[in-house]
Design a protein around this ligand. Structure first.
Ligand code: NAP
Length: 296
């Protein structure tokens, strides 16, 4: 089966292309310069030319804080983009796998969020991603939407790389401990998406919305401590001797984040037979890969 992959050069997209090919898919992978999903004509033309059996959207506007200032741009990519892909998919009669976010929730719960829990985004980014889910749902029944959280990968900018950089430059780091969620290695998320693609190929995809992250929970502080510990165990020299837990209020940023965004993954595990790795094991694997590539 041929898969059209949009956003192929992002964290997730970079992991997804090779994994799709390993699973026997023909992946027609497009970075943002090759296919701009906000350009409706370009999306239609590309889908007509490629003739995919499945479209996967890994493209997104992910600059959470900047989105507060660039709301229009965030909505163009995160809402109009999936709508364009949805319309082209409808014309071609093919399904879409689309990725969304824990930021569609307000974070006021203390139990893992299920797919049918009430959404209430607190940021422009969260609003734009929820609008993208709604736009796709209004167009297409044959869709798998996977909400995920705290994504990091070997490619691109992310919390893991930021902490490694800061810990190599500074004696002390200050990291918030009152936001709790689940880190997600982009390679694990990509594997889950490949399982969903396989079920599309087999003609038995259970359409709908799903939650995926790595197993376990952490605060950003816990995550930062683990990054430094695991990196040191792999032989990375870091200057940092202390990580200080701080409150969100002590580190003001433009966009409001959910205080609690743990996702309940029972539905996706059941639907696609997934065994999801524990976040710290995946962090270790990612750091090994990063070091192996000479990046750490
Ligand atoms: N990162 C996270 O922590 C996180 C958390 C929850 C959910 N998610 C979701 O997970 C998915 C994958 O995110 P990611 O972490 O892989 O993000 P990412 O690394 O920022 O990748 C997104 C990719 O989309 C591309 N893109 C932006 N505008 C585009 C456009 N108009 N047309 C085509 N491509 C465009 C970007 O290209 P340029 O770099 O050239 O702009 C980038 O390569 C997204 O749906 C995101 O919302 C991410």
């Amino acid at each position: 089966m041929k898969v059209l992959l949009a956003g192929a050069k992002g964290q997730l997209g970079s992991d997804l292309g090779p994994l799709l090919r390993n699973a026997g898919f023909e992946a027609a992978a497009f970075g943002s310069t090759e296919l701009d999903i906000t350009d409706s004509a370009a999306v239609f033309n590309t889908v007509r030319k490629v003739k995919p059996g499945l479209i996967i959207n890994a493209a997104a506007y992910t600059k959470v804080d900047l989105a507060e200032k660039e709301k229009e741009k965030a909505f163009a990519v995160n809402s109009d983009g999936p709508a364009n892909l949805g319309r082209a998919a409808l014309e071609a009669g093919v399904p879409v796998i689309h990725i969304s976010t824990d930021f569609v929730f307000d974070g006021s719960r203390a139990l893992p969020y299920r797919e049918d829990d009430a959404t209430n985004p607190q940021s422009a980014y969260g609003e734009s991603k929820l609008a993208g889910e709604a736009a796709l749902a209004a167009l297409l029944d044959k869709r798998v939407v996977i909400r995920t959280s705290w994504v990091y990968g070997v490619t691109g900018h992310n919390f893991v790389k930021t902490i490694l950089r800061l810990a190599s430059e500074r004696d002390t780091l200050r990291v918030v401990y009152d936001q709790v969620g689940s880190p997600t290695w982009s390679a694990d998320l990509a594997s889950a998406i490949v399982e969903a693609a396989k079920s599309v190929r087999a003609g038995k995809a259970p359409w709908g919305t799903y939650h995926y992250s790595n197993e376990g929970v952490a605060s950003w502080f816990d995550f930062a401590v683990a990054i430094c510990e695991e990196a040191r165990m792999l032989g990375t020299a870091l200057k940092c001797s202390a990580i200080e837990p701080i409150l969100t209020a002590e580190y003001p940023v433009p966009a409001r984040r959910p205080a609690f965004s743990v996702l309940d993954k029972a539905k996706i595990k059941g639907a696609f037979g997934l065994r999801i790795p524990y976040w710290r094991d995946s962090l270790r694997s990612m750091l090994k890969e990063l070091k192996g590539g000479g990046n750490a």
